[in-house]
Design a protein around this ligand. Structure first.
Ligand SMILES: NC(=O)c1ccc[n+]([C@@H]2O[C@H](COP(=O)([O-])OP(=O)(O)OC[C@H]3O[C@@H](n4cnc5c(N)ncnc54)[C@H](O)[C@@H]3O)[C@@H](O)[C@H]2O)c1
Length: 246
């Protein structure tokens, strides 16, 4: 019970890595606000947490909109009275050739993947007690190049750079700011982007010979959110089965 009585928000929490994070936080005794675009899907994750004996709340929120982020924080405070841990996880990764990208495509990815991290971190930091935790989901794409993902790579590079800078600004309050950089992870999102053949090729390039599970990523997030990681800040921790070593 590393996170007993802590209160956390997880964005993009209805499926995939976010769902894994919500469940893993709850397993450590944390009360979790599960947030995503669809209230009913969030409620399913809440029900799963309640079945485990935990406590959770479902809140619909589009992370690219400041008013909705503010409402997410307000609903969290109303229900639980506090916010200790902010997990900025929501993100999209639409494969689009650079030549075909238009301004709208670019803005959509940057708004959902990067502006959201600014909005979520700022709103959370305003109400967090000293010693709070901010953890964002970056990607190996912050450091590697992927064809068809110029906007995505730019957004995730931004998440890791933002994380380093914000860590300095919040250090006086003992709030740590970190990111996790998953490699290829088996989620509904990746299944939309990669067909079976592409997945096989990806697995062949991963030294540990498998995709990550959402729980592989979630366990690192739990650690970063806990007291055990109190002296780690500004870092992006890669969880990729050794993929980047190649
Ligand atoms: N799956 C991977 O291989 C992988 C690798 C590296 C990084 N990531 C990152 O992990 C995070 C989660 O990805 P995933 O694989 O679980 O994807 P996913 O598509 O399965 O889940 C992402 C969730 O984010 C939500 N979301 C999208 N736009 C939103 C918005 N505007 N407001 C609120 N929620 C929104 C979706 O509804 C969805 O539930 C993303 O930030 C992604 O970039 C994933």
């Amino acid at each position: 019970m590393m996170l007993k009585d802590k209160i956390a928000i997880v964005t993009g929490g209805r499926q995939g890595i976010g769902q894994g994070i919500a469940l893993a936080l709850a397993q450590e005794g944390c009360r979790v606000v599960v947030s995503d675009l669809d209230q009913a899907d969030c409620q399913k994750v809440v029900t799963e947490i309640e079945k485990m004996g935990g406590e959770a709340l479902a809140v619909k929120c589009d992370v690219s909109k400041k008013a909705e982020i503010d409402d997410l924080i307000a609903q969290t405070l109303k229900k639980f009275g506090r916010l200790d841990i902010m997990i900025n996880n929501a993100g999209i990764f639409p494969f689009q050739a650079f030549a075909d990208l238009n301004e709208e495509d670019w803005d959509k990815v940057l708004n959902i993947n990067l502006k959201s991290v600014f909005l979520g971190s700022q709103a959370a930091a305003k109400v967090m007690p000293n010693g709070g935790r901010i953890v964002s989901t970056s990607s190996v794409a912050a450091s590697l190049g992927f064809s068809g993902l110029t906007h995505y790579c730019a957004s995730k590079g931004g998440v890791s750079a933002f994380t380093r800078a914000l860590a300095l600004e919040l250090a006086d309050r003992q709030i740590t700011v970190n990111a996790v950089a998953p490699g290829a992870t088996d989620t509904p999102g990746i299944n939309q982007g990669l067909d079976e053949q592409a997945k096989k090729q990806t697995v062949a390039a991963i030294p540990l010979h498998r995709l990550a599970t959402p729980d592989d990523i979630a366990q690192t997030v739990v650690f970063l959110a806990s007291d055990k990681a109190a002296y780690i800040t500004g870092q992006t921790i890669v969880v990729d089965g050794g993929w980047m070593l190649r």
